[in-house]
Design a protein around this ligand. Sequence first.
Ligand code: ATP
Ligand code: LTN
Length: 341
Amino acid sequence: MEQTPAAPRERRKIIFSAIQPTGVFTLGNYIGAVRNWPPLQKDYDCLYCVADLHAITVRQDPATLRRNTLEAYALLMACGLDPEKSILFIQSHNPDHAQGAWVLNCYTQFGELSRMTQFKDKSARYADNINAGLFTYPTLMAADILLYQTNFVPVGEDQRQHLEITRDIAGRFNGVYGPTLTVPEAFIPKAEKGARIMSLQDPTRKMSKSDPNPKGLVSILDEPGVILKKFRSAVTDSEARVAAGPGKEGIANLMGIYSVFTGKDFAAIQEEFAGKGYGDFKTAVGETVIQALEPVQRRYKELMADKAYLEDCYRRGAQQAARLSHRTLEKMYKRVGFLHA
Ligand code: ATP
Ligand code: LTN
């Protein structure tokens, strides 16, 4: 009997995300983004990238940027990303990103870039360096995503607007030239699952790697003693009741962190700490975080002791990425009418 060919395996959906090498990842980066990436490796074709091109939209010291880039790459692996399962690379190693961004710049309006809240925030914060790269940051991010025909982009809540503009740009390009770019969707954790972790010193501001006040952020490489100290001095309120509610943003933030690592919901946490003071609660949160980060810190030390291996991984990652992005870039070039080289 003639053998029927095996049904073609359904193509796996594509995941892309990136992080800027602007410092050691914070607990915010970890909870809102990086920690959610390793489990996706099983069911999706994943690409993860260290966004060094994006990092220079803010002035960087060259030696520090170089060090931060290698460290960010090692941190991604320490957090569970596996170069045998995903494509892990450094953005500047694949020139297609810059080339794709140029084309997309020409399909992005000045007005829509002017409305981006990150641009407004960063141009207020770095008023002496409001450069064109800071303004066109979203088109480079759109290129990162669209070059791989990405279906889903796992990021924290603060990136939602960037995903919206990416979708608009893709839709516009497809509208002019016919279907070329996959319109991606954001994968953002639910609010109580750490979509937005706030500063420990000012719970109305998000925890950020580049916060000049290190007391507000927990870095994922902080020593246990430091982590405990930062949680113990976290800003809360004077009510001494472990519960979320108006005026209790600090406590709600700590409850969110505790919930992520213990799997307990807010009601269970409230019950666990009923009648106890904030001191006990803050210590419990700190200890849970220390425990969760211990394997990451251990793996990171091992990886950083083998630079040749890291180099090998990021070189291979860049080649794998370029092979994929090239197909899309060629299509885009053809669509817009560039003469074949
Ligand atoms: P920078 O301070 O240099 O602007 P950042 O700490 O804001 O950096 P990014 O590199 O811009 O970090 O973001 C990497 C990922 O971490 C993104 O997916 C972003 O949504 C997520 N993220 C950043 N900060 C937080 C936070 N406080 N809570 C949850 N997710 C976050
Ligand atoms: N802008 C992002 C980092 C980033 C990114 C991307 C995230 C650059 N390119 C592509 C997702 C997809 C940030 O986290 N600040």
